[in-house]
Ligand binder design. Structure first.
Ligand code: ATR
Length: 482
């Protein structure tokens, strides 16, 4: 049991890699950190390996752990999402007192966070669902943190979280996102955008490799060059590293020995499900999630390979350097769409749940620490600075200016990919989204006609207000229904 003068500023429950690294990060920043894990071996292992890095208070029971925290107690849960998180919340809530703060730092589904916050509030406990991005390295050296929950908790927690978050241009990559599930919602969409961002990089690789015929090492160089410009980002940087890697066992590029079946843990899927419920088209993210699913349908792919006819395929005979530049531009434009759609989803979620999220804040705290950190996020901050009510990110002056320089390349790349039989689901669907947004007429008029024909669902007219129905099985005159 700790003495009163030797209490911890914060505690971490769950000492797998993310939890251990976050605890060490707090300790490195001068905080006394209480640590607890269900199996005490992990706690002992953390102490043995890193106990000398700062002030830790290890406990082997949840009661001792809670007793080692200064009031109001603040404990961050870093265990698996789902039932494990519920179990730990219950144990903490039991052992804690009025006004204490339980923080869930895992990737919880935001609706679970809303529920948990209500349950905890009813018991006088504060509950904060906090998205933490940056992987293992970020947790240790400075993640991007997206806390939701009550404003009151943020006032207590803010300085602690600011001290461990990544810092860009003097600004810590953490801010209070909004009440209850806002933090986990935003982290979910962040991950969805990450899926799209990763997939567009994959599609660019595919085109450079199988259209332009570059080797992985050459593509690595191209990505290094891209990383020096507007596309500068963590994901481009690490892709260059992956492509440069040679497999020690075979001497082949590592990329060629990695099975091309992408895994997923679920946050991309959640982003799309939530978008469907909100009625927001996140086509780039959706295609990225489906592309992973398709890649993992190994049996179906094997059955189709060499069986589905390709039709007559072109061979690439264009200028290689010009094509590389076209691909760079197509990637950048597709990335605009993914972010624009992700921010649309966040705004729709914010309105639906009354979170009052400021999109500018998000772009600011995503500039460092997290997986999608990129130079480009500064452009998003500027866009919302210039107009907080932007109807779409694509309509901001910077994006409009860029798009007029990207659009021809974007179209050319998709034409080339299609004529060569190379799949580009996010590049192509993003362009369709873009062309849909700018179209004066959409085929939705046909859908409305069909709906009225088979279900009398009525349609609006372009020339007068009201709802109308054509008597399709009668004399086909039109009646006004409202
Ligand atoms: P990783 O994937 O890095 O292993 P994780 O699966 O997100 O991390 O989380 C694993 C952590 O959740 C571990 O600390 C685990 O505790 P044990 O070491 O005792 O297995 C913890 N955990 C899982 N289920 C739990 C539960 N029901 N109660 C408490 N902790 C639990």
């Amino acid at each position: 049991m700790s003495t009163p003068e030797n209490l911890a500023h914060i505690g971490v429950v769950g000492l797998a890699v993310m939890g251990s690294n976050l605890a060490r990060n707090f300790a490195h920043k001068g905080h006394t950190v209480a640590v607890y894990n269900r199996s005490p071996e992990k706690t002992r292992a953390l102490m043995a390996a890193h106990g000398d890095e700062g002030a830790f208070l290890p406990s082997e029971t949840i009661e001792d752990f809670v007793a080692s925290l200064e009031r109001p107690r603040k404990a961050i849960i870093m265990v698996q999402a789902g039932p494990a998180t519920d179990a730990v919340i219950e144990q903490l809530a039991e052992a804690m007192e009025e006004g204490d703060i339980i923080i869930d730092g895992g990737n919880a589904l935001f609706t679970d966070t809303i529920r948990r916050e209500q349950e905890m509030a009813a018991r006088g406990r504060h509950f904060v669902g906090a998205g933490i991005s940056g992987g293992e390295e970020g947790a240790l050296t400075g993640p991007s943190i997206m806390p939701g929950g009550p404003t009151e908790s943020w006032e207590t927690l803010g300085p602690l979280l600011e001290s461990v978050a990544a810092v860009v241009d003097g600004t810590p990559c953490v801010t209070h996102i909004g009440p209850d599930g806002a933090g986990h919602f935003v982290k979910m969409v962040h991950n969805g955008i990450e899926y799209a961002d990763m997939q567009v990089i994959g599609e660019a690789y595919q085109l450079l490799r199988y259209a332009a015929g570059l080797t992985p090492a050459e593509i690595s160089e191209v990505f290094r060059e891209w990383n020096a410009g507007e596309l500068n980002s963590y994901l481009i940087e690490i892709t260059a590293e992956v492509l440069a890697q040679v497999d020690a066992e075979t001497g082949q590029p590592l990329i060629d020995v990695i099975v091309d079946a992408a895994g997923q843990k679920g946050t991309g899927r959640w982003t799309v499900k939530a978008a469907l419920d909100l009625g927001i088209p996140v086509t780039g993210i959706g295609e990225a999630v489906f592309a992973r699913a398709l890649s993992s349908s190994l049996e179906q792919r094997r059955a189709a390979q060499g069986v589905l006819p390709s039709g007559e395929l072109a061979t690439f005979d264009g200028d290689r350097d010009a094509f590389i530049e076209d691909v760079r531009r197509a990637l950048y434009a597709s990335k605009f769409v993914a972010y624009a759609q992700g921010f649309d989803e966040i705004q729709a979620g914010s309105e639906e749940y009354g979170w009052n999220i400021d999109p500018r804040d998000l772009a600011t705290i995503w500039r460092g620490g997290c997986i999608i950190r990129a130079k480009f996020l500064n452009r998003i901050v500027e866009a919302y600075d210039a107009n907080p009510e932007l109807p779409s990110l694509l309509l901001d002056g910077y994006f409009l200016g860029e798009l007029s320089g990207l659009i021809d390349s974007w179209r050319r790349v998709i034409i080339t990919a299609t004529s060569l039989g190379l799949p580009v689901p996010v590049f192509a669907s993003s362009l369709s989204y873009y062309d849909s947004l700018r179209a004066e007429r959409l085929p939705a008029a046909v859908i409305q006609g069909q709906r009225d024909f088979f279900g009398a669902h009525t349609y609006g007219r372009v020339d007068k207000p009201g709802a109308f129905h054509t008597l399709w099985s009668g004399d086909r005159t039109e009646v006004q229904t409202s």
